[in-house]
Design a protein around this ligand. Sequence first.
Ligand code: PEP
Length: 255
Amino acid sequence: MTRKPLVAGNWKMNKTTAEATDLAQQLSYRVDQAYEGVDILVCPPFTDLRSVYVTLDFDKSRIAMGAQNVYFEESGAYTGEISPVMLKEIGCSYCIVGHSERRGLFNETNDDINHKVRALQSHGITPLLCVGESLQIRQQRNALEFISDELRACLLGNPVAAADDLVVAYEPIWAIGTGHTATPEQAQDVCGQIREDLANIYSPEIAEQVRILYGGSMNEGNAALFAACPDIDGGLIGGASLDANKFMPIVDCFR
Ligand code: PEP
């Protein structure tokens, strides 16, 4: 089967509401019917979700919107947290979970992420689950085993029955925001193994449907190399997603 590529922008803690609206407008203006072959997603900060949604909706844009994090409870005394119910209502169809910055800076565990994946799935929001190894683990040649363990722990008990129930992003921690990308061979090795793991956890049919992205210093100069890899179905883009002139050439490589 052919999987439709997905190129996602993780805006992280960048863009005021005015700046986010401006970027959403620029992207929406450029994404015409020529982009039907690729899904495009933007993940702004929580405070920008409403304005970005209104902008994209007004333009009847094909660009989807996602959040960068979620809490797994539906409501209650969880000061500072945002629930899947709230994300759904504001127009999010995806949500990033398990990003290495959340794991590293905010001590998120595989168990937390497992709960978040389940909570999102039960509200019809596609989890974009990030996995990836540190430089130390890569140098010890344990990357494949580490990523298999991480993937299994985050997915344990969480059913995936259709392509929209899950997207996985392989993001080597040493490549995020550093300008050092994995080689296409390294990225393909890991993404191929993620697909095998998904076949074992779910079924070969589901593994064929789930999209697996590469993320880590992807830019317009290297995106085509990743797009040519059989198990890489798109990109999760950080820095280069903050500028339409840098993001759209990456999208072009996948369409
Ligand atoms: C990311 O944070 O998900 C990411 C891939 O960042 P960058 O593209 O800046 O490396």
